[in-house]
Write a protein that binds this ligand. Structure first.
Ligand SMILES: *[C@@H]1O[C@H](CO)[C@@H](O)[C@H](O)[C@H]1NC(C)=O
Ligand SMILES: *[C@@H]1O[C@H](CO)[C@@H](O)[C@H](O)[C@H]1NC(C)=O
Ligand SMILES: *[C@@H]1O[C@H](CO)[C@@H](O)[C@H](O)[C@H]1NC(C)=O
Ligand SMILES: *[C@@H]1O[C@H](CO)[C@@H](O)[C@H](O)[C@H]1NC(C)=O
Ligand SMILES: *[C@@H]1O[C@H](CO)[C@@H](O)[C@H](O)[C@H]1NC(C)=O
Length: 604
C-alpha cells in the first residue's frame, strides 16, 4: 500500500512586513509517511526554528523566519516531501514589504538625451513624483520619466528633450508607498545661460564691435600701411604681397557680418570678380559664392573670354501664372518659345527683378554669369536672361512640385487632405527608399558645388526643388526669406541667418565653408526623415543658438535608420575638419538606397 507523498502548505504566497516574524508550515502525507523539508538555501532572514510534528500519516514541518529581511523579497521557498515512492514539492513566494529608499539619483549627464538617472527601492513599488521650485513636474514632450520595474526596485531616467538653461535648478524626487515616503534633491545643470538676452542684440553688439575695430584698424592700418608700403616698396618688392593679408581680413570681417545679404562691391568688371568678393549672391537661390577666389582663377580668368550668358527675347516668354513673390520681385510660371531645339515651347519658371537700380542690374548680370557656369543635373537649370525692357527676367527650368520642404510635408503622415486647396493623392506618404533617393540627389548636387568651390550657405529643403519622377535639385528663387521667414534669424535689421541649419563656427564666427555646407546637409537629412519638420521646432532662436554652440545635436527622427543617423552625426562633428566628406556621404546614401528599389511612380 504505497502512495506518492501529498503535500500542502498554509499559504500560496506570503506577504510579510520587513522585520516581522512568520511561520510557514508544510504537511506531507503519504504511505509510508514521507520526509518533509523546507529548502532555505540563500535565505537572508534568520530561520532557526524548524520543528517537526508527526501526526498519523502526516509529517508536518514548521519553519519560522525571524526579522524578515527585504533581501528576501521575491524569495521562493520550496517544501519537499519524499518517500520511497517518490518526491513532491510545492513552492511559495515571499513578499516583503518595506518603505522606499532612493539608492541613486545622478546629476544629469550632458548628452543630447539628457537624463537624471535614478534607482529607487521599495515594496510595494513606490510611486514617483518630481518637483521643481515647489511645483510638481508634469510629464510632457520635453520632460518625461522612463523607468523599468524590477522585483522591488525601479530604475529609470527623468529625460529632458533639449534642455536649456531654463531647466537648470534643483530637482526633487519624492518616492512613496503605503509604508512611507522619501525625498532626495539634486541640482540639475544643463546649460550656461546664454550670452544674449534680446534677439539680435548679440549680433548687433558684435557687429558694432567688429565694425568699430575694423574702422579703427582701417584708420590706423591705413596710415600704418602707407608707411609700411613706402618702406617695403623702397627696400623689397617681394614683400608687397604680404600686405594684402590684413587688408583682406578686414574687408572679410565686414562682409562676414552680412553673408546672406546682397553685397555691392562698387565697380563690377569681370576682373573685379577675380579680386575675390567674399559674397556674391546667385540669382536663382542667392547662392552666396564665397571663400575661394580660386574658382574665378580657374573659371573666370580675365585672360579667358567672359561667360556667355544666353539672352532670350521677351516675345518668346508668355507668362501663365504667378508662383510666388519675394522682396526682389515675382516668380511666374511661363511658356518659353525657341528655347529647346526639339520642342517648340516649354514650361519655365521666370524670376523677375522689379525696378532695378543700377547696382541691382550689375548684380543681376553677375549672378547670371555665375549661374551660367553652374550646370549640373542636380542644380536647377538656368536657361538665360531677358534684359530687353523691364522687368529684368531670369529663366529657369520649371520644377512641377515646388520646393522640397512643402513636398515633404505634403507627403508626410500629417499631410492634410487639402494642400493648397487641392485634394492630396492617396497613399502619397514617402517611404525610406524615396527618402534615400531625395537625399542622394541633393548630395550629388553638393558634390558638384564643392568641386566648383561654391559654398552655398543656405542649404535646406526649402531651397531645393522637386520635379517629375521625384527628381530633386538644389535651387530656389530667393523667396525663402519671405515664405519661410521663421527659418531665419534676423540680425541687425536686414541680414537673415538660417541658424537652425548652421554649425557652431558659422553662428559664432560667421565662418562658412564646404564643411559648414556638410553640416547643413546633415540637417537636410533630418528634415527629410521627419517629413519636413523645422529643426529644433520646440526651441526659440536664442535657445537654438545656445544649443548648437554648446554642442548639442538634433535627435534621431523616429523613422531614421541608425546608419542614416550616424551619417547625420558625422555631419555634425564640432570640428569642421572632422565632418564627413560630401562625396563619402553620397556614396553611403546611394548604397543604402540601393538596398530597396525606388518606386518612382509615387507622383507622375
Ligand atoms: C497539517 O496537518 C494538521 C493536522 O491534520 C492540521 O492541523 C494543519 O492545519 C495542517 N497544515 C497544513 C498547512 O495543511
Ligand atoms: C503568488 O505570487 C506570484 C508571483 O508574484 C504570482 O504570480 C501569483 O499569482 C501569486 N499567487 C497568489 C495566489 O497570490
Ligand atoms: C533585523 O535585521 C536588520 C538587518 O536586516 C538588523 O539591522 C536588525 O538589528 C535586526 N533586528 C533584530 C531584532 O535582530
Ligand atoms: C520540484 O518538482 C519539480 C517536478 O515536479 C522538479 O522539476 C523540481 O526540481 C523540484 N524542485 C525541487 C527544489 O526539488
Ligand atoms: C539647490 O539646493 C541647494 C542645497 O539644497 C542650495 O544650496 C541651492 O541654493 C539650491 N539651488 C537653487 C538654484 O535653488
Amino acid at each position: 500500500d504505497l502512495d506518492l507523498p501529498d503535500i500542502s502548505v498554509a499559504h500560496s504566497n506570503l506577504t510579510v512586513l520587513e522585520g516581522g516574524n512568520v511561520t510557514l508550515s508544510c504537511n506531507g502525507s503519504g504511505s509510508p509517511v514521507p520526509e518533509v523539508d523546507w529548502t532555505v538555501n540563500g535565505l537572508h532572514s534568520i530561520n532557526t526554528h524548524q520543528s517537526n510534528v508527526y501526526w498519523p500519516n502526516i509529517h508536518s514541518i514548521n519553519l519560522t523566519l525571524v526579522n524578515v529581511s527585504r533581501d528576501d523579497n521575491g524569495f521562493v521557498l520550496t517544501c519537499i516531501s519524499e518517500n520511497v515512492v517518490g518526491m513532491t514539492n510545492v513552492s511559495l513566494q515571499l513578499a516583503v514589504l518595506f518603505p522606499p529608499v532612493i539608492l541613486r539619483l545622478d546629476e544629469p549627464e550632458r548628452r543630447h538625451h539628457t537624463c537624471i538617472e535614478f534607482t529607487v527601492r521599495g515594496f510595494p513599488h513606490p510611486t514617483l513624483r518630481w518637483f521643481r521650485k515647489g511645483h510638481e513636474i508634469l510629464q510632457s514632450e520635453y520632460i518625461r520619466m522612463e523607468m523599468e520595474h524590477y522585483q522591488d526596485y525601479l530604475e529609470g531616467c527623468l529625460t529632458f528633450q533639449n534642455p536649456t538653461h531654463y531647466d537648470n535648478g534643483n530637482y526633487t524626487l519624492v518616492a512613496s508607498n503605503s509604508l512611507g515616503s522619501v525625498t532626495k534633491t539634486i541640482y540639475g545643470y544643463f546649460l550656461e545661460p546664454p550670452f544674449i538676452e534680446d534677439e539680435g542684440k548679440l549680433f548687433n553688439c558684435l557687429f558694432t564691435f567688429v565694425m568699430s575695430i575694423a574702422v579703427g584698424l582701417a584708420g590706423f592700418g591705413f596710415v600704418f600701411l602707407i608707411v609700411i608700403f613706402v618702406l617695403i616698396n623702397k627696400y623689397s618688392r617681394r614683400n608687397k604681397f604680404g600686405i594684402k593679408g590684413p587688408v583682406a581680413v578686414i574687408s572679410g570681417e565686414e562682409d562676414s557680418a552680412s553673408p546672406l545679404h546682397h553685397v555691392n562691391h562698387g565697380i563690377v568688371t569681370p576682373c573685379s570678380l577675380e579680386a575675390g568678393p567674399d559674397a556674391v549672391i546667385i540669382g536663382m537661390s542667392r547662392i552666396p559664392v564665397i571663400e575661394n577666389p580660386q574658382y574665378f582663377r580657374h573659371g573666370h580668368n580675365c585672360n579667358k573670354p567672359t561667360t556667355y550668358v544666353q539672352h532670350i527675347k521677351r516675345r518668346d516668354i508668355v507668362l501663365k501664372r504667378e508662383l510666388g513673390e519675394g522682396a526682389f520681385g515675382k516668380v511666374f510660371l511661363a511658356e518659353c518659345y525657341n528655347l529647346s531645339p526639339t520642342k517648340d515651347k516649354m514650361l519655365v519658371a521666370v524670376k523677375t527683378l522689379k525696378d532695378p537700380t543700377l547696382t541691382a542690374r550689375k548684380d543681376f548680370q553677375r549672378e547670371a554669369e555665375l549661374l551660367t557656369n553652374l550646370q549640373h543635373e542636380h542644380i536647377v537649370k538656368f536657361y538665360g536672361v531677358c534684359v530687353d525692357g523691364d522687368p529684368l527676367i531670369m529663366v529657369f527650368e520649371y520644377m512641377k512640385h515646388g520646393d522640397l520642404n512643402k513636398f515633404l510635408r505634403a507627403h508626410g503622415p500629417d499631410a492634410m487632405i487639402l494642400v493648397d486647396g487641392q485634394p492630396m493623392q492617396p497613399n502619397g506618404e514617402l517611404g525610406l527608399s524615396q527618402m534615400f533617393h531625395i537625399a542622394t540627389q541633393i548630395a550629388a548636387g553638393m558634390v558638384y558645388l564643392s568641386s566648383q568651390h561654391f559654398v552655398h550657405r543656405d542649404l535646406a529643403t526649402r531651397n531645393c526643388l522637386v520635379g517629375n519622377g521625384l527628381l530633386v535639385k538644389i535651387g530656389d528663387f530667393g523667396m525663402s526669406r519671405d515664405i519661410y521667414s521663421s527659418d531665419y534669424y534676423r540680425v541687425g535689421g536686414y541680414t537673415m541667418l538660417p541658424i537652425r541649419w548652421m554649425p557652431p563656427e558659422s553662428i559664432m564666427y560667421r565662418k562658412f565653408s564646404t564643411e559648414s555646407d556638410v553640416w547643413s546637409f546633415g540637417v537636410i537629412m533630418w528634415e527629410i526623415f521627419t517629413y519636413g519638420k523645422q529643426p529644433w521646432f520646440q526651441l526659440s532662436n536664442n535657445e537654438v543658438i545656445e544649443c548648437i554652440t554648446q554642442g548639442r545635436v538634433l535627435d534621431r527622427p523616429r523613422l531614421c535608420p541608425k546608419e542614416v543617423y550616424d551619417l547625420m552625426l558625422g555631419c555634425w562633428q564640432r570640428e569642421p575638419q572632422q565632418r564627413l566628406n560630401i562625396k563619402d556621404i553620397q556614396k553611403v546614401l546611394y548604397a543604402l538606397g540601393k538596398a530597396t528599389p525606388v518606386y518612382l511612380d509615387i507622383l507622375g
